[in-house]
Write a protein that binds this ligand. Structure first.
Ligand code: SF4
Length: 441
């Protein structure tokens, strides 16, 4: 009997890459590849890469070194690189890393099976052409990832905003939205297969269909998805604060299926820095939207992204960021030291703060956020939360799920509860998760 071929897949970066990786698994399954967690066991290694920060990009090259060593003892091993680094580097990557067999860009998943088949015959290839057409959403299958009751559904891709620090418009292309009918069709199919929660995904979901006047906009799309029977909870990411319209805020008041959580990246609390970043809002405008969301949906949890040490950020600007954080009270925050990405506007800006100053600011910001996160988690003690059980926890001895506010929660229970939305009483709020107990009728 033929042994199944093995795929080792590593994913870096954002949820769009996580979603693309689910599609990659489905595509490779169609070619007879089963996933393995051990690269030594693999016949095919694929890296789905991220280039949002220099460190993320360097990690890819570091990882490639590891697979090069494995290939020395297993010359038939096929190595492929996809995602944003692949999009940026293209053919150059094949030259820099002669042991790599294939390079596929962010719009080229539909070509992956052909490229892997060619690599099996010893041919190397690179495909990084952009497909600026809605058809590209139909060129590859939806994910078939198993378990957990929750799935990503891509509603748009690309971005037209050109924030000064961001590589995304360069590696993901211009904004394209998928038709509402296709999105609803996919959500309905997922609901029919037992999925209870969907996350509508895009680089900037709030501007969904902004280039297609007359089509449903994002609030309309949310209302259409909310009508799908079987779907109990809807999330979406990522949102741009400037496109957070009153109609979208109203959805949080009107749609009971919309999870009380929003990832709303501010990036800075300083108007001067926000302007240099080309973000299109002031700190006051951002805070006004936060206040409106809190009013529409009491108890809503905010998460966000913050960049520390952007060129021109001085101590006063940093203090503006700390003040904004204090007002929002984020449940969690992803914070990073700015790193210049070649080809972006900000890469041309003079940068006078030292690395040590930036590191010091990041440490202060993260220490403050740690306290807020713990306080917010503790404030949930004694409350009953709707938790979607995703499966077993990482330790395997309890269940893991997420509250509507997107807080990770562990609780005792039977693994057969995976996929169900249950009432869970929070008994303890810890730094990184909540502990709860299922409320039985
Ligand atoms: S909105 Fe700005 S930060 Fe977000 S993907 Fe577009 S350019 Fe990048």
């Amino acid at each position: 009997m033929n042994q199944a071929k093995k795929l080792y897949l590593e994913t870096f970066g954002c949820q769009m890459n996580v979603s693309d990786s689910e599609k990659i698994v489905t595509l490779m399954k169609g070619m007879g590849y089963q996933q393995t967690q051990d690269p030594v066991d693999a016949d095919l290694v694929l890296l789905n890469t991220c280039s949002i920060r220099a460190t993320a990009e360097q990690r890819v090259y570091g990882h490639l070194g590891k697979f090069k060593s494995i290939k020395k003892t297993k010359p038939g091993l096929i190595i492929g690189v996809g995602g944003c680094v692949a999009q940026q580097e293209g053919e150059k990557l094949l030259k820099k890393a002669p042991f790599v067999n294939l390079v596929f860009g962010t719009h080229n998943l539909h070509l992956l099976q052909g490229m892997v088949a060619a690599a099996e015959e010893g041919k190397r290839s690179s495909q990084t052409d952009f497909l600026d057409d809605e058809k590209r959403f139909d060129l590859f299958p939806h994910s078939e990832a198993e378990g957990g009751g929750t799935r990503f559904v891509t509603v748009m891709q690309g971005c037209d905003n050109f924030c000064a620090y961001c590589i995304v418009p360069h590696v993901r292309g211009r904004e394209i939205s998928r038709s509402a009918a296709k999105v609803v069709e996919e959500v309905r199919a997922l609901a029919d297969s037992g999925v209870t929660e969907v996350t509508l995904l895009g680089q900037n979901v709030n501007s969904y269909c902004s280039k297609q006047p007359g089509e449903p906009d994002f609030p309309d799309l949310l209302r259409l998805v909310a009508q799908v029977d079987g779907i109990e909870r809807i999330r979406f990411t990522t949102s741009h604060p400037k496109d957070m319209s009153p109609r979208l805020i109203e959805c949080f008041a009107d749609l009971s299926k919309l999870a009380p959580h929003i990832h709303l990246p501010a990036q800075s609390g300083s108007d001067r820095v926000l302007q240099k970043m080309n973000r299109g809002y002031t700190a006051q405008q951002y805070l006004a939207k936060v206040a409106a969301l809190k009013e529409a949906c009491p108890g809503i949890q905010f998460t966000g992204d913050m960049i520390v040490g952007f060129p021109g950020e001085d101590e006063a600007a940093f203090q503006d960021t700390m003040a904004l954080m204090e007002q929002v009270q984020y449940a969690d925050l992803f914070s990073f030291i700015y790193s210049a990405r070649p080809g972006t506007k900000a890469a041309e800006y003079a940068d006078d703060a030292t690395r040590a100053e930036k590191q010091g600011r990041l440490e202060r910001l993260q220490a403050a956020q740690k306290q807020t996160t713990l306080a917010r988690n503790r404030s949930l003690e004694g409350t009953v939360q709707k938790v979607l059980v995703e499966g077993l926890s990482s330790t395997g001895d309890s269940l893991f799920g997420r509250t509507g506010g997107n807080r990770g929660t562990v609780m005792a229970g039977d693994p057969s509860l995976a996929g169900r939305v249950l009432d869970v009483r929070i008994v303890e709020g810890l730094q990184t998760l909540l502990k709860g107990e299922i409320v039985h009728d």
